[in-house]
Write a protein that binds this ligand. Structure first.
Ligand code: ATP
Ligand code: MG
Length: 187
């Protein structure tokens, strides 16, 4: 299958793209971008923070696509795990993310939910996911690598560094009417 998607590296300087805000669409926008990039012969890696055991549709689909690596590093919802478990997950996740961004082996690296992770206030994260190191890693990445950072509450310094920032605005969401998460739409 990979023969139909020969690697065509990105020859331009890679962008830092941020999808943030409270409206729905941050993760799905990044997955849409992945779909587009894979078709153009990019090698794509998603490193997902925080999200845990749910059986997301995108995980199943990702296995079918060439040049698409999907790595989940999250411990799950905050109320089902201890801060210690979350901290360990963040430490592991960041080690992986740092490698993927720096390696140059990918044309697009999506750090899903990393903005939320950087905004955690319930327990200390500075030593397991240091903002300065995140910024430095992104700034010093190989020039061809596009990076996407998704999640609510993107840090001002991340926004400042970004080339492209889209803020999803929540105007209506069925959750507001008490509807449950829908298969195929939310996961
Ligand atoms: P999606 O993965 O659907 O693109 P997202 O990445 O923009 O959503 P997250 O902050 O990662 O949103 O939220 C995860 C879950 O919260 C998703 O199931 C999403 O549908 C839901 N959600 C997103 N925006 C809202 C909102 N404004 N009100 C209620 N729930 C929301
Ligand atoms: Mg998301």
């Amino acid at each position: 299958m990979s023969l139909e998607f020969p690697h065509r590296p990105n020859r331009h300087r890679g962008l830092l793209i941020v999808y943030t805000g409270n409206g729905k669409g941050k993760t799905t926008a990044s997955l849409g971008l992945a779909l587009r990039a894979i078709g153009q012969g990019f090698r794509v890696c998603v490193v997902q923070f925080i999200k845990g055991a749910m059986r997301y549709g995108e995980l199943k689909t990702a296995r079918l696509l060439p040049n698409f690596e999907f790595i989940r590093t999250g411990a799950g919802f905050t109320w089902t795990r201890t801060p210690r478990e979350h901290r360990e997950a963040l430490r592991r996740g960041w080690a992986i993310a740092r490698d993927k961004v720096s390696s140059g082996d990918y044309d697009l690296v999506i750090l899903d939910e990393i903005n939320n992770a950087l905004a955690i206030e319930g327990f200390p994260i500075d030593d397991v996911l240091p903002l300065e190191e995140v910024l430095e890693t992104v700034a010093s990445r190989p020039p061809h690598v596009h990076v996407v950072m998704t999640g609510r509450d993107a840090h001002p310094r991340v926004i400042e560094m970004a080339d492209l920032v889209t803020r999803m605005e929540a105007e209506k969401h069925p959750y507001d009417e008490g509807r449950r998460a829908l298969r195929g739409i939310e996961f």
